[in-house]
Design a protein around this ligand. Structure first.
Ligand code: UTP
Length: 289
């Protein structure tokens, strides 16, 4: 069952209020990390992890997110005329990267509701969820690592990251039994606990491999914190019915929907680019001085 994960749901319908005013008109998923929009890193990770179809969850005013992966005839014509072959190639590859369908979430009723919007498109097979603003820099890609764990264990898998005690209130935190190196069987999940109430420092981040059984659970999940349908609440129910694993992935994760995380991602990715790493290091030294 978990040998093949073919479909990847990317929820990108949120309002991005943490990043206002930038996100008043521009979707946060399109803000660039160096020169590539956040969402493109995520789609590339999905494709590199074996995903054949991306199900993008979007909202009113966020149509540009799917346009980014569409063919732009005018742009291709201009680049051809100007003989900018490299750029033409890059733009073409982008539009041929993956099969994509977009589904509108009519109201931002929460991440759980966004995933539920993909129910028909996913059907009765296990699938992946990759949050549209969480970038993971890893080799092999984070989702590929998780697909391997789900294949071995035969259950849903959620990505975990250790966080400092002072930050547990920003995440969903798990209580789990360690069953293998980096792998935990999940017993409980607590949404944004204070440090003294956190069952561990293992935080849930934006990558999931889920069975289709999550959909009927989501349908019956009442609005939780903030009046939103929380994916965490549904996962909690799922974990009681069937094995659900947490996996401490190997790699670096950036919350690009948060201003500080966005800056960190930009610096980290720019430092990996040979054409700007040297100059950037010099500049950072100068600024700090
Ligand atoms: P976030 O909480 O990071 O997104 O949700 P947000 O609501 O856009 O951000 P802030 O807090 O207002 O700044 C995590 C992911 O779930 C998606 C978001 O687009 C993001 O990728 N999401 C969230 C939806 O698709 N629909 C929703 O109703 C809520």
């Amino acid at each position: 069952m978990y040998n093949e994960i073919r479909k990847g749901v990317i929820p990108a319908a949120g309002l991005g209020t943490r990043f206002l005013p930038a996100t008043k008109v521009v979707p946060k998923e399109l803000l660039p990390i160096v020169d590539k929009p956040t969402i493109q890193y995520i789609v590339e990770e999905a494709v590199a992890s074996g995903i054949e179809q991306v199900i993008l969850i979007t909202a009113r005013g966020k149509g540009a997110v799917e346009d980014h992966f569409d063919v732009s005839v005018e742009l291709e014509e201009v680049l051809k005329r100007q003989k900018k072959e490299d750029l033409l190639q890059m733009v073409k590859e982008l539009s041929e990267m993956v099969r994509m369908v977009a589904i509108r979430q009519k109201e931002p009723k929460g991440l759980g509701h966004a995933v539920l919007c993909a129910r028909e498109a996913v059907g009765e097979e296990p699938f992946a969820v990759l949050l549209g603003d969480d970038i993971v820099d890893a080799e092999p890609p984070c989702l590929a690592q998780m697909v391997e764990v789900s294949r071995q264990k035969g259950g849903g898998v959620i990505a975990l990251q250790r966080v400092p005690e002072t930050e547990t209130h920003l995440y969903g935190i798990i209580r789990g039994e360690r069953v293998d190196e980096r792998v935990y069987r999940i017993q409980e999940m607590v949404e944004k606990p204070k440090p003294d109430q956190a069952p561990s420092n293992l935080a849930v981040i934006g990558r999931y491999v889920l069975p289709p059984e999550i959909f009927p659970i989501l349908e019956n999940t009442p609005p939780g914190k903030g009046g939103e349908i929380q994916l965490t609440d549904a996962l909690q129910v799922l974990a009681r019915r069937m094995p659900l694993y947490g996996y401490e992935f190997v790699g670096d994760r950036y919350d690009a929907g948060d201003k500080f995380g966005y800056l960190q991602a930009n610096i980290a990715f720019a430092l990996k680019r040979p054409e700007m790493a040297g100059r950037l290091k010099e500049f950072l030294k100068e600024v700090i001085r």
